[in-house]
Every structure is written in C-alpha cells, then in structure tokens.
Ligand binder design. Structure first.
Ligand SMILES: [Zn+2]
Length: 477
C-alpha cells in the first residue's frame, strides 16, 4: 500500500469514527430528551396561547372505582351529579391508572409520563424536580393555579405542590373541601384563566361518611346478596399492604364483620362526595374544562383483598373513571371504549389549550392526546403499562390481554376482564406466542421505564403533620 492510499484509508477511518461519535451523541441527547424536561422550551408559549377562556378543573377522587358509579352501570344510585357530568361530557370505560396507590399513580397523572417517585409510597415519596407537572406547564401558559387537596402524599415538599400559587392540603372531608373551592371561585377576580386541582379523600378507607349517606343503601337488594364474614387483620400495627385475606384494621368498624356492610359504607362515601361535587359543578364558569378521575381503584374482595389498594396491580385497583367535559371535543354523553391511561390527561389538556406548543412538544410525553379519539382518529397505541414496587404489567389494547411480571419472576397472563384464569402455563401455539411477545415487550420497556429518579427521597424532610396524616391513612407507622 502506498503512502497516499494509506492516508486516504486513515482519513476514511477518521470520518467513520467521527460519524460514530456523532451518532452516539445524538442517541445520548435523544435519550435524555426523552427522560428529562430540562430542555422543554416555552419561548413564545404565552403568545401561542389559543384558549383564552379555558379555565380548567381537575377533580381527583381517591380510591374511586368506576363500576361503583351510576354512569358506568352500577345498580346503586351513588352518583347522580357525576352521572350528569358524564352525560354532558364523555366518559371513558377503559381507563387505567399507572399504579395502584396514590403517590405512585399520581406522578404519572400529573406529568404525563411513566414516572416513579423517589422513596416509597408508604413513607411519602418525592416527585423529582426534573419533571414538569401540569401546574408548572400551565403556569408557563399564564394560568393562576390553585390546589385543594386531601392526601398526605401531596404535602408541601413532596413535589406535588410545584406550579401552584395556592396549595392547601388536609382541608377535611368533601363538604369542607368543596366550601374551600367555592370560596376561591367566589373571590377570584384575576383576569388570568385558572387551573384548580381538587382531590377528595372520602372513598379512601376508613369509610366514614355521615350516616344519612350510608342509610340509603342499608338493607337494599345488594346488601342482601352474597354476603361474607370477614376476618380482621390481627396485626397490631397498621399496615394496609398486608391485608390479603383480611380487612385491614384501618378500615374495620367496631363489631362489623360482614362484607356487604363495608361495600354500602364505601358507596355512602361516593354518594357523599358526589353530593358535594354537585355543589361545586354549579359554581364553575361555563367555559371550564372539567376532568374527573381517580388516583386508583379499590379492592373489594376480588383477589382476596378487602377495602384496600396498593397490594397488587389487578384491574380492580387500576381501573379508574375518566370523564372529560369541554365545549369543543368532549361533549354529548358518549361512552368511549378505547383503552386509555391516566398519563393521557396532561397531554390532552395541553393540546387543547395550546395546540401549537403541544405539536412541537408531544414527544416529551409517554401519554397521548386522546381528543383525536372523538374524531375517530387512531391514536396509534398498542400497549399501556402499570407498575408498583413488586410487579409490572403490560396490556395489549386491541385484544385486551394483560401480562404481569413479578419481581420474583412469577408471571401471569389474562384475557381481560377475567383476571383469575392465569393462562401463563398454556403452551398452545396461540397463547405461547402472545406470552413471548408481551414478555419481550415488557422487558424491553423496563430498560428505560418506569423512569426512575436518583434524587435523595429526604424522607426526614416531611413535616410532622404530613407524617401524622400518612399514619392516619395507614402508611407510616
Ligand atoms: Zn389514593
């Protein structure tokens, strides 16, 4: 090889190496872009603003099962006001939370990403600062944000307060919380649009709604059907995560051992919350976008768990109601059967209020803008995912198949809505190919998700009131 040829070869090698480095940097850049919000640009975001009259209210109700609401087909009349909202807006009959307990599922709901909190749900997790919340996005678009919350997981210093001009937590039951929100609405004289997040805790155990809201269900047809005597968790310490086969102590009412009593009490909490939501809805300006959903569901015996959540990721704790009402897309009382997830809420809201900004930022979200479904658009989704510390699940949305992988290697495969007949051992060609495909997909997904935070959870930074409130919900000991 002569010198010239050698030089050309060296040059080619250098170009090749340079190209490799560039490709590597591009991949690295995209990777971090996917996971972190540092480079989200809001330049001109306020000028692009296309929805000047869109006030927004996000109503989240703790541990609310959709199948205990009238509009979702429940035989008890638990929710006349929520039913009316569903009739005016639209309601999704297949919406999943990303997890089965408050903090784990709320980070997805408020960021539009498959995200995990730092620390543990029981001890009060922290939402990583590197990820923007709905409140922070809306602040950039000129909103005034007010949160009226009732869950220790949303306390100051947990990160859920970020972006809010007013942040009130531990307000009280549905009556007091609603009074607070109505007080805010009556006094709001600012010209900026508002975003209100209100979280009702009432359907979370213990079920203690005023007697008159329970009495209407006492001795009715459902009360008399298939009752069952429960055992109370013998553990002295309060631990809602070990209640399999028992009713947790935190949910137990003195001398009440029959299951149907607790279902009626749970329904009483829903009726009580619904009554006050009715008061609130009447006070909202007509141009308000209303989103009503839950952080997760509630186990009522389906997998031997009673009056509890956060112990598994079966659908009784993942299924949540989702009702959206606005004046343009979500109206007419339609029932939408497409599979959607709570991580779709943030992208959908942002795409309504600022479509130009959203168009260039939609890849920042794992969730989808679901208003396209209203216009028969394919939102191009094959799978949704859920997780909690001990297991992960993937759901194929067309065939409605769910695969669960536990940390200890145990696997489950179900054709929904059935989640009792585990088909994982079925070695027919059809089932084994489905299983292999879903297993591979979930394992691949787990390489990047759920997005983990590496910040120090700083559990000790939780104030005493937060700790006390976590204890009252059965989390901290
Ligand atoms: Zn919750």
């Amino acid at each position: 090889m002569n010198k010239k040829k050698r030089r050309i070869k060296k040059k080619k090698l250098a170009v090749f190496l340079l190209a490799l480095i560039i490709i590597f940097l591009v991949i690295l850049f995209n990777q971090s872009g996917k996971n972190f919000d540092n480079e989200v640009s809001f330049d001109g975001a306020s000028e692009d603003y296309k929805c000047p009259d869109c006030n927004i209210i996000l109503i989240t109700i703790d541990a609310l099962r959709p199948d205990h609401l009238g509009c979702y087909g429940y035989e008890r009349n638990t929710s006349p006001n929520i039913d009316r909202l569903a009739k005016e807006g639209v309601y999704f009959s297949n919406c999943s939370a990303t997890s089965s307990s408050t903090a784990y599922s709320s980070v997805g709901l408020l960021t539009g990403k498959y995200l995990m909190i730092s620390g543990s749900d029981e001890a009060g997790g922290i939402l990583d600062k590197r990820f923007l919340t709905l409140g922070e996005y809306l602040k950039e678009f000129g909103y005034f944000n007010a949160a009226f919350l009732n869950n220790a997981h949303y306390a100051l210093s947990t990160g859920f307060e970020r972006g809010f001009d007013i942040h009130k937590n531990y307000i009280g039951d549905a009556a007091q919380t609603t009074d607070e929100v109505i007080g805010f609405l009556n006094n709001y004289s600012n010209t900026d649009p508002f975003f209100i997040w209100v979280h009702y805790i009432d359907p979370h155990a213990p079920y203690l709604a005023p007697e008159e809201f329970f009495r209407v269900f006492k001795e009715d047809n459902l009360w008399k059907r298939n009752d069952k005597k429960l055992k109370v968790n013998p553990r002295k310490d309060v631990d809602p995560y070990l209640s399999e086969g028992y009713i947790p102590k935190i949910a137990f009412h003195k001398d009440k051992y029959y299951f149907n009593y607790y279902v009626a009490r749970y329904d009483g909490e829903i009726l009580y919350t619904d009554f006050h939501i009715g008061r609130l809805l009447k006070e909202l300006p007509g141009d308000t976008i209303i989103i009503l959903t839950a952080d997760h569901g509630e186990s009522l015996g389906e997998h031997n768990v009673y009056c509890d959540h956060g112990e598994n990721i079966y659908d009784e704790v993942l299924s949540i109601p989702l009702i959206i009402k606005d004046s343009k897309y979500f109206k007419g009382g339609k029932k939408i059967p497409e599979v959607v997830s709570s991580i779709d809420i943030v992208p959908t809201i942002l795409s309504i209020i600022n479509p130009i900004w959203y168009f260039s930022n939609e890849n920042k979200f794992d969730g989808k803008d679901i208003k396209g479904i209203m216009r028969d658009k394919d939102i191009k989704r094959e799978y949704i995912y859920s997780y909690f510390p001990e297991a992960w699940s993937i759901r194929e949305v067309n065939k409605n198949i769910k695969y669960i992988l536990h940390q200890n290697g145990k696997e489950e495969l179900y054709f929904l809505p059935d989640e009792h007949n585990n088909l994982i051992e079925d070695d027919s060609l059809e089932i084994s190919s489905i299983r292999d495909k879903m297993r591979d997909n979930l394992r691949n997904w787990l390489k990047n998700y759920p997005i983990r935070s590496d910040i120090n959870p700083e559990k000790e930074s939780l104030d005493e009131l937060t700790k006390e409130n976590l204890r009252s919900l059965g989390y901290l000991q």
